[in-house]
Write a protein that binds this ligand. Sequence first.
Ligand SMILES: C[S@@+](CC[C@H](N)C(=O)[O-])C[C@H]1O[C@@H](n2cnc3c(N)ncnc32)[C@H](O)[C@@H]1O
Length: 289
Amino acid sequence: MATDDIRTTVREKYGAMARAGSSCCGPATTGCCAPAADPAALATAIGYDAGDLARILPEGANLGLSCGNPGAIAALRPGETVLDLGSGAGFDVFLCGPKVGAAGRVIGVDMTPDMLAKARANTAGYTRRTGLANVEFRMGEIEHLPVADASVDVVISNCVINLSPDKPQVWREIARVLKPGGRVAVSDMVLLKPLPEGVRAAIEAYIGCIAGASLVDDLRAMMAAAGLADIRLTPKPEYVATLTAGDDPLYREVAAALPAGSGPADYITSMDIAAMRAKACCAPGCCSG
Ligand SMILES: C[S@@+](CC[C@H](N)C(=O)[O-])C[C@H]1O[C@@H](n2cnc3c(N)ncnc32)[C@H](O)[C@@H]1O
């Protein structure tokens, strides 16, 4: 599929999920897209604090589309500026808001108009619950971030970069917007070994954050080429384990297409992806000096 066709399909499918208010864009039996019959249960299974979810999140912000907990690896401090790539209905933006406090800011970027509308509509509920007005949502592609150079302390993202048709460009953009010394705290799906062609070519597997995932070594190389340093990749097997054990329709279909004796966890995992933009100049084009 051409780059623009991938983006259009991703936008259409995630727009449908935003309008449906859940993670499924079709009958559950089609396994058409991402997981989570019970978004709160999935979130706690992948490390979110149930108390935070109940206290901070407005209704409808958790669509069950996350595969990790980037806020947990970000070590956020009051006053910091955080950027969430592919912010969806605002899930991690709202959960990070209280961590940076009134002096900080969390900016969400998403290319899907219906997701953006949902996140913006959810903002009033976040402010009512927390008393904070420190979040905003911008329309944009993560390959062309609507954010100034060297203006962000921490880039987070949750199960989004795998969906990009131009991942090296996403990592260059991350390096561009980070301040020198700024941090990357991303959760995403990553391949442990190449998927069979039948899975790689399935659009449902692409939308469901499986077929577009990078191999671990390719991911590391893209991050390094963008000028990021101190790269740490940590597998978080609980996400795939939860979906497989829960008989998620997409994971069931993928499992059926894999060689006998193997399962999704042999091929794909959620990972915590941490790095920083070096303080000194690191690579052509990514540093201002
Ligand atoms: C799997 S959902 C994750 C949403 C959110 N991070 C969460 O955890 O709830 C992917 C989101 O990324 C957005 N997205 C996918 N590709 C994108 C791109 N190239 N640029 C901007 N947003 C993108 C989609 O519109 C969707 O809202």
